[in-house]
Design a protein around this ligand. Structure first.
Ligand code: PXP
Length: 248
C-alpha cells in the first residue's frame, strides 16, 4: 500500500440500528462488515455505546472473530468499556464522548480538562497493544493535551463542517474546513497520526481526503443509508473512488 494511501474505515453501527428497530437478527452487522471488507474497507469501526442502542457486546465478540481487517473499537472512557477493550485487545480504540440523550457523538472529547484522568485511563490500553485514538474538535489545546496524555492518534470531528455544508452555510463550512486543515498539519507536526470522521458524505469527503496529513477516514451513517439505494459494495466503491481522486 503506498504511503499516500488514505484508509477507509467503514462504521457499521447503523446496520445494527436497523436490526434493533425490530429486535431480531437482521440486518446482520457482521455480514455488513465482511461485505465492507470485501469491498475494500481498510478497517471496520463499531461503537459500543453504554446504552447498547446499536452495536451489542455479541457484535463485538463476532467482529473480533471474523474480521481480517483491523477493528477500530469506539467507546466512552468508562471502566466497563476499558475492561471490554482489554479483554478483546482490538487493533485500535477510539475514545469518544458519550451522552445518553444525544442522537450521535455531538462534539469532541474534552481532553484538556481531563488530562490526568485520561492519561491513566489509556495507559493500560496502550500497554495491551491497542492504538489509542482520541476523537476531538479541531482545537489546538485539545490536540496538545491528546499528545501529552500519550495518544498515538487523533480523530478530528468533521461534524461541524458537514452540518454547515448540508445546511448551505458555505462561509462557515469553509472556515471549519480551514481549521480542520490547520489542525491536521499541527497534529502531524507533533507526531500524531491524524484521522477524521463524522457526517462525511460524497459531497463533503473530498476536501478532507485531500489533506496530506490525514491517514484514515471513518464513515458510517451516510454509507449505510446509501447502501439502501445502490447496495453496500457500490456505495463503498464510490466513496473509495472519491477519496482516491482527492488524493491523486
Ligand atoms: N468517527 C467517530 C469517532 C464517530 O463517533 C463516528 C460516529 O459514530 C464516526 C466517525 C462516523 O460518523 P458517521 O456515522 O456520521 O459517518
Amino acid at each position: 500500500m503506498s504511503d499516500n494511501h488514505l484508509r477507509l474505515g467503514v462504521n457499521i453501527d447503523h446496520v445494527a440500528t436497523v436490526r434493533n428497530a425490530r429486535g431480531g437478527a437482521y440486518p446482520d452487522p457482521l455480514r455488513a462488515a465482511k461485505l465492507a471488507e470485501e469491498a475494500g474497507a481498510d478497517g471496520i469501526t463499531a461503537h459500543l455505546r453504554e446504552d447498547r442502542r446499536h452495536i451489542s457486546d455479541a457484535d463485538i465478540d463476532g467482529l473480533m472473530e471474523i474480521l481480517s481487517v483491523p477493528l477500530n473499537f469506539e467507546m466512552a472512557a468508562t471502566p466497563e468499556m476499558q475492561q471490554i477493550a482489554l479483554r478483546h485487545k482490538p487493533h485500535a480504540v477510539c475514545i469518544v464522548p458519550e451522552k445518553r440523550e444525544e442522537r450521535t457523538t455531538e462534539g469532541g472529547l474534552e481532553v484538556a480538562r481531563e488530562e490526568n484522568k485520561l492519561a491513566h485511563y489509556i495507559a493500560p490500553l496502550r500497554e495491551a497493544g491497542c492504538r489509542v485514538s482520541i476523537f476531538i474538535a479541531a482545537d489546538q489545546s485539545q490536540i496538545e493535551a491528546a499528545h501529552r496524555i500519550g495518544a498515538e492518534v487523533i480523530e478530528l470531528h468533521t461534524g461541524a463542517y458537514c452540518d454547515a455544508h448540508a445546511e448551505g452555510r458555505m462561509d462557515e463550512a469553509a472556515r471549519e474546513l480551514e481549521s480542520l486543515r490547520d489542525m491536521s498539519a499541527f497534529a502531524h507536526s507533533l507526531g500524531l497520526e491524524v484521522h477524521a470522521g463524522h457526517g462525511l458524505t460524497y459531497d463533503t469527503v473530498k476536501p478532507i481526503a485531500a489533506f496530506p496529513e490525514v491517514r484514515e477516514l471513518n464513515i458510517g451513517h451516510f454509507l449505510i443509508g446509501e447502501a439502501i439505494f445502490r447496495g453496500l459494495t457500490p456505495a463503498i466503491a464510490e466513496m473509495r473512488r472519491l477519496m482516491d481522486e482527492a488524493r491523486a
